[in-house]
Design a protein around this ligand. Structure first.
Ligand SMILES: Nc1ncnc2c1ncn2[C@@H]1O[C@H](COP(=O)(O)OP(=O)(O)OP(=O)(O)O)[C@@H](O)[C@H]1O
Length: 272
């Protein structure tokens, strides 16, 4: 039997999100193809976080459809999405503070095993073989992100940059097909951000990536396509070069310090 790979991994069609009288997203369309890195940018309040939350299933749109491999998706909790092959990171890291680094990453690897997410902590209800496999996967993920030596530490005892790598390792340990990254460069040094760029490029060989990010150098460096939001609408889509050259984008950023065509930025362009 011949199977045809779906053209798009994730699509959003006509997505509108209203909060009371405020329209945070207005008829937004987006597509993410396998193996591509898609950047979501826009001035403060443009709707990036709202769209990220719709794509990651945290918010159900007022109107419109988000589809995964061609099938409409109706929201879903994080672990449901993880089982489908979608992983995300959080701005606030969201590591479990009382669990070791290894334990945290084993939770991320869990979609590939049979037991429930927390049975690995208690050891209840999990087949020993499963647990050994999870441990191996998690250890490999930590090594891949260069933080294997911290496996038995608690996250809170580690520098912020290391915790960010652990959060990335946790998201990738389940071998997702799509990784959603919410401002992964925030709080990182220039050197750490450059390393992150290399990692994202490497990850994109195995999975698609959606990146919400204020750090323009990173966006322009790693993204295949960039979607620009302004006041909840998509005002430009294209390669980094195309959106940088788009006058609509320049206009949207006018008066902010968050200009996509310049070098390093402080990530705080605010026009409100
Ligand atoms: N839960 C909510 N209730 C009401 N209004 C909201 C809610 N979430 C977001 N908004 C509003 O929706 C608009 C878009 O916000 P959103 O946070 O998505 O923008 P953003 O592009 O992520 O901004 P930033 O770059 O500052 O994070 C803003 O006007 C914001 O105040």
């Amino acid at each position: 039997m011949t199977t045809t790979a779906p053209e798009h991994l994730l699509t959003a069609d006509g997505v509108t999100m209203r909060f009371g009288g405020l329209t945070a997203l207005d008829d937004v369309g987006l597509r993410v193809d396998p193996g591509t890195v898609v950047g979501l940018i826009g001035p403060n309040g443009a709707g990036k976080t709202t769209l990220f939350n719709v794509l990651s299933g945290v918010l159900r749109p007022t109107r419109g459809v988000v589809s995964w491999k061609g099938a409409p998706r109706s929201g879903g909790r994080t672990h449901h999405l993880a089982r489908a092959g979608i992983a995300r990171t959080f701005q606030g890291l969201n590591l479990f503070p009382m669990m070791t680094v290894l334990g945290n990453v084993m939770v991320g690897a869990d979609r590939l095993a049979r037991g429930g997410a927390f049975s690995l902590v208690s050891g209840l209800g999990r087949h020993h073989r499963d647990e050994r496999e999870l441990r191996e996967r998690a250890t490999a993920a930590l090594e891949r992100f260069g933080v294997g030596e911290h496996a038995h530490r608690l996250p809170g005892t580690l520098p912020y940059g290391v915790q960010k790598q652990v959060a990335l390792a946790r998201a990738c340990a389940g071998e997702p097909e799509l990784l959603l990254l919410d401002e992964p460069a925030s709080g990182l040094s220039g050197h750490e951000t450059a390393e992150l760029g290399e990692r994202i490029r490497e990850l994109s060989k195995d999975m698609a990536v959606v990146l919400v990010e204020h750090h323009m150098d990173l966006v322009m460096d790693v993204c295949d396509r960039v979607v620009v939001l302004d006041f909840g609408r998509v005002i430009s889509t294209g390669t980094p070069e195309e959106v940088q050259a788009d006058p609509a984008v320049t206009r949207a950023y006018l008066g902010t310090s968050d200009v996509p065509s310049t070098g390093p930025d402080d990530g705080n362009g605010d026009r409100r």
